[in-house]
Design a protein around this ligand. Sequence first.
Ligand code: NAP
Length: 276
Amino acid sequence: MTLRDQHVFITGGSSGIGLELGRQAAAAGARVSLVARDPARLAAARAAIRAAVPGGAEVVTASADVAVEAEILGALQAAEKIHGPVDVLITSAGVARPGHFAEIPVAVFERTMAVNYFGTLYPLKAVVPAMRQRGRGAVVLISSGAGLVGLFGYTPYAPSKFALRGLAEALRGELQDTGVSVTIVYPPDTDTPQLAEENLTKPAETKALTAGGGLWTAEAVARVTLAGVQRGRFAITPGFQLTALAWLHSILAPVLNWSFDRVARRARRDAAARLP
Ligand SMILES: NC(=O)c1ccc[n+]([C@@H]2O[C@H](COP(=O)([O-])OP(=O)(O)OC[C@H]3O[C@@H](n4cnc5c(N)ncnc54)[C@H](OP(=O)(O)O)[C@@H]3O)[C@@H](O)[C@H]2O)c1
C-alpha cells in the first residue's frame, strides 16, 4: 500500500514517535489526524508538520484521553468528518513509569494498562469493522522492546506491551484474507520526551540492562515503521538487537502463524461448503 491520499489517524501524535510518524506520513501525501490530551502540544505538532511539508499538509487534531472510550470515539468521528474513513490507524499513545515493583502503587499498573492496552483496543474496535467492509486498511500497534521480553523495572509497562502483542497476533489471524493488514512495532530506546521522563525513575539495574542497546531517533523509528507498513509487514523490530530478540524469543512464531492460517482457512472453506 501507499500512503498518498490515505487518512492516517495517529494516537499520541503530538510528540515523539507519533509526531514523527505524522510528519513522514504527511510528507508522503497522507491526510493526517493527531490525537493526544494536551491541546497546546497538539496545535504545536500540527504547525510543525505543516511547516515541514512543502506546500503545507492536511492535519486535523483532536484532544482526547485514549483510556476513555467515549473520548477517543469522539475524536475518531470528528477526524473522519473532515478526512473521511480512517485508512491507517496507528496507536502510539503510551505511558511508562519504571521503578521497583514493591514501590509502584496498583493505580499505576491500572493506568498503564488503561492507556497502553485499552487505549489501543478502543480505536481498533471502532475502525476495523469499516475497514473489513471496504476490504482495505491497515492497523499499526506501537508496542516496545519491553513487549518482547520482561525487563527489570518495567512491571507495569511490560505486561501492557505484551498484551498488545497478544492482541496483534490474534487479530492478524482473523484479518487474514480480508484486505486489512495488522502491524506491530517493537521500538528500542528512542530519544523522546517519554524516555527522558522514564529516566527520572528508572532503577539502576534497568539503566544497566538497557545501556548497551543504543539510542534511536524518532525519525529513524518512524521511517522503518512506515516502510514496513507499506510492505504489509506484520512485526517490525528496528535494529539488529530487537530483530534477534524477536526471532530467538519466539523462534516458532512464523511457523505457527503459517500453520494456524492453513488450519483456519481450511475450517472456513469447510464451513462455507456446509452452507445450504
Ligand atoms: N521512547 C522510547 O524509548 C520508546 C521505546 C519503545 C516503545 N515506545 C512506545 O512508543 C510510543 C510513543 O512513545 P514516545 O516515546 O514517542 O512518547 P512521547 O514523546 O511521550 O509521546 C507520547 C504521546 O502520547 C500522548 N498520550 C499519552 N497518554 C495519552 C492518553 N492517555 N491519551 C491520549 N494521548 C496520550 C502524549 O500526549 P499528551 O500527554 O498530551 O496526551 C504524546 O502525544 C508509546 O506507546 C511508547 O510506549 C517508546
